[in-house]
Design a binder for this molecule. Structure first.
Ligand code: SF4
Length: 227
């Protein structure tokens, strides 16, 4: 496994109450129990081989949104009973996510699931910023650790078997995060198709192969145009 890469949080902290958002889905059934909204944050310090969200790992500004704007979208569907934080790396924006979690929970009884590339022991002993500890207190289930392609056992709501499911409360104890059959949804958001959920292994392989072919596509196109 790659070591956790240290990163300056300056980039994320200077945004004065704004979150750097990759995407938001107001409702899905593919990232945890019940109907959930999902917030994917922009930027991740890790470089997991096989990551399917490479565009969202870039440490750059994407959609800057206020806490109120984010919460408004996350709660826009009245039937949503939970929120999932993913990314990107949520812990890099712990301050903003803490405010989102507190504000959303004030408005509705919700459970929160959070994915992170950091291992829990790292977050407890050497958190990347001072808001991580408080954010962890708002979370019901944390799924931790980087994605390791060779350990993808095609099971559950974690990408690979090294990733551990930590129950901080009993709220979601009845959901089998380890063996849950993976499902995916394709949603059209802001004119873009978004694949939601932890993809089954075969789909991942097909996706990676499609991306690899894309790399050679422009040169084939140029050759064709020259012919
Ligand atoms: S931690 Fe997640 S978002 Fe970051 S590189 Fe790994 S798989 Fe991608």
């Amino acid at each position: 496994m790659k070591k956790n890469t240290p990163i300056s949080t300056q980039f994320f902290n200077r945004q004065n109450g704004l979150l750097n958002v990759a995407e938001i889905s107001p409702a899905t059934r593919s990232l945890g129990p019940g109907l959930r909204s999902v917030l994917w944050v922009q930027g991740c310090p890790f470089h997991c081989e096989g990551c399917i969200a490479k565009d969202w790992t870039l440490l750059k500004e994407n959609k800057l949104m206020t806490v109120d704007e984010v919460v408004g979208k996350l709660l826009s569907n009245p039937n949503v009973t939970g929120i999932t934080f993913s990314g990107g790396e949520p812990m890099l924006q712990a301050k903003g996510l803490l405010e989102v979690a507190l504000s959303a929970k004030e408005q509705r009884a919700l459970n929160i699931i959070c994915f992170t590339g950091y291992e829990l022991k790292h977050l407890l002993n050497r958190p990347p910023n001072k808001w991580v500890a408080e954010l962890l207190q708002t979370i019901d289930v944390l799924i931790d650790g980087q994605y390791i392609r060779n350990l993808n056992d095609n099971k559950g709501l974690r990408g690979s078997s090294n990733q551990k499911v930590h129950f901080f409360t009993d709220r979601l104890k009845n959901f089998d995060f380890e063996k849950h059959i993976r499902t995916n949804e394709i949603q059209i958001l802001d004119g873009q198709a978004l694949l939601i959920g932890v993809p089954p292994k075969q789909m991942l392989l097909a996706f990676e192969s499609a991306i690899a072919n894309l790399d050679s596509f422009p040169s084939r196109l140029v050759d064709h145009e020259r012919a």
